[in-house]
Write a protein of this length. Structure first.
Ligand SMILES: NC(=O)c1ccc[n+]([C@@H]2O[C@H](COP(=O)([O-])OP(=O)(O)OC[C@H]3O[C@@H](n4cnc5c(N)ncnc54)[C@H](OP(=O)(O)O)[C@@H]3O)[C@@H](O)[C@H]2O)c1
Length: 317
C-alpha cells in the first residue's frame, strides 16, 4: 500500500479516453478524472489542475505525448499502454513509477506474428502479386505444420504465440534470458546450439542493452538454408545489415513487423530484398487492444485511489 492520493495532495488522474466510467462503472470516491487523448497542445487544463495529477495514463502510440511530463509536478505513477517502454524510461522523473502494458498486446501481436509466418510459409505475397498481374501459376509451398519454431523472448506475447503455433501443428522451442528448466525454457546463451535445428525463429524481445543486435551475423549464419526470421519485438534486436546479406543471396527469408530504422525509408534496401515481407509496426494495433487496455486503466485507477500497489510495475524513477 502507498499513501492514498488524497493524503499526497495528488488525487487527480489523467486518462486517454472519455466514458470509461459509463462503460466500466463509476470512478472511486475522492479522485477527479481528466481526459487527454494526446491531441492539441496538451490536455487543455489549467496548471493548477495539472499540479494535482498523481497518476497519468499516457495516450497510446501518440509520439511526443511524454512532453507533458515536466508539467506534472505531483506525478507519482505513469502508465504506458505499450509493452515496450524503452523510450519513456530515460524520461521518467525521480520518484515516479513506470507501469507498462504487458499483456494488453498479447492476442494482437501473437496473431500478427502467426499471420506473418503463415503468409511467408504459404507464399501469400507471391499470390497477391500474381492476382494483380493476371497470372495463374500454382506451385507447392512450404507449410507451418511440422515446422520447428524458436520463440526468442518467451514472455507474455511469446506464450500467446506458442498457443497459436501449437494449434497449427508446429513444434515450439522456448528461449528467454535465463533458463527455466521446469518450463522447458532455454537460455538465450544456448542459441548457437538451437538455431541450426529450427525452421523459423521469432524474435519477441524488448529493446535493452542485452538484446540490441542479439540476432547478428553469427546467429543468422547458424540457421539452416531457407529458414524464416520473424521479428515482432523491437527492430534493433536484429542486425539489419547481416539480415540483408543473408536475404540478398536468397539463403534466408524474413517477415518483419519491426525494423531498424523505423520508419523504414522508402528507398531502404530491406524493402526490395528478396523473400522479405514487412509490415509497419502494426502487430499490437488491432481491435483486440482497446477492451484489454480499458480494463487495465480502470483497474489501475481503482488501485491508485485505494492506495494499493499498481500492477505491471516496470521501473521506478
Ligand atoms: N510489434 C508490436 O506492435 C509490439 C507490440 C507489443 C510488444 N512489442 C514488443 O514485444 C516485447 C515483448 O513483450 P512481452 O509483453 O512479451 O514482454 P515480456 O513478457 O516481458 O517478455 C520479454 C521476454 O524477453 C526476454 N528478454 C528480456 N531481456 C532479454 C535479454 N537481455 N536477453 C534475452 N532475452 C531477454 C525475457 O526473458 P526472461 O523471461 O528470462 O526475463 C522474456 O522472455 C515488448 O517489450 C515490445 O518491445 C511489440
Amino acid at each position: 500500500m502507498h499513501d492514498t492520493p488524497a493524503a499526497t495532495g495528488a488525487p487527480d488522474v489523467l486518462v486517454p479516453w472519455a466514458g470509461l466510467d459509463t462503460r466500466h462503472g463509476p470512478w472511486p470516491e475522492g479522485i477527479r478524472v481528466h481526459v487527454w487523448d494526446g491531441g492539441g497542445d496538451g490536455p487543455g487544463l489549467p496548471q493548477e489542475a495539472l499540479d494535482r495529477v498523481g497518476f497519468w495514463v499516457l495516450p497510446y502510440a501518440v509520439p511526443g505525448a511524454e512532453a507533458l511530463l515536466p508539467r506534472l509536478p505531483g506525478l507519482r505513477a505513469a502508465q504506458s499502454l505499450s509493452a515496450g517502454v524503452e523510450k519513456l524510461l530515460p524520461l521518467l522523473p525521480e520518484g515516479v513509477s513506470l507501469h507498462n502494458g504487458r499483456g494488453l498486446h498479447d492476442a494482437s501481436t501473437a496473431e500478427h506474428a502467426l499471420g506473418l509466418i503463415l503468409a511467408a510459409q504459404r507464399d501469400l505475397p507471391r499470390w497477391v502479386a500474381d492476382q494483380h498481374a493476371g497470372r495463374w501459376e500454382p506451385h507447392f509451398t512450404r507449410s507451418l505444420a511440422d515446422c520447428r519454431v524458436a520463440i526468442v523472448g518467451h514472455g507474455s506475447i511469446g506464450a500467446a504465440l506458442e498457443r497459436r503455433l501449437l494449434a497449427c501443428e508446429a513444434e515450439v522451442v522456448r528461449v528467454a534470458r535465463r533458463a527455466r528448466p521446469e518450463e522447458d525454457v532455454h537460455p538465450v546463451a544456448a542459441l548457437p546450439e538451437l538455431l541450426p535445428g529450427v525452421d523459423v525463429v521469432v524474435l519477441v524481445l524488448p529493446e535493452n542493452p542485452g538484446t540490441v543486435g542479439l540476432l547478428g551475423a553469427a546467429e543468422l549464419a547458424a540457421l539452416p538454408d531457407g529458414a524464416l526470421v520473424v521479428n515482432v519485438g523491437r527492430g534493433r534486436t536484429l542486425d539489419t545489415e547481416a539480415l540483408l546479406a543473408e536475404t540478398g543471396n536468397g539463403r534466408l527469408r524474413a517477415a518483419l513487423d519491426v525494423t531498424d530504422p523505423e520508419p523504414l525509408p522508402a528507398a531502404h534496401p530491406l524493402r526490395s530484398a528478396p523473400g522479405v515481407l514487412i509490415t509497419p509496426h502494426v502487430a499490437g494495433g488491432s481491435d483486440a487492444f482497446r477492451p484489454h487496455a480499458e480494463r487495465l486503466v480502470v483497474d489501475q485507477v481503482r488501485r491508485y485511489a485505494s492506495g494499493e500497489p499498481l500492477a505491471n510495475l516496470f521501473a521506478r524513477g
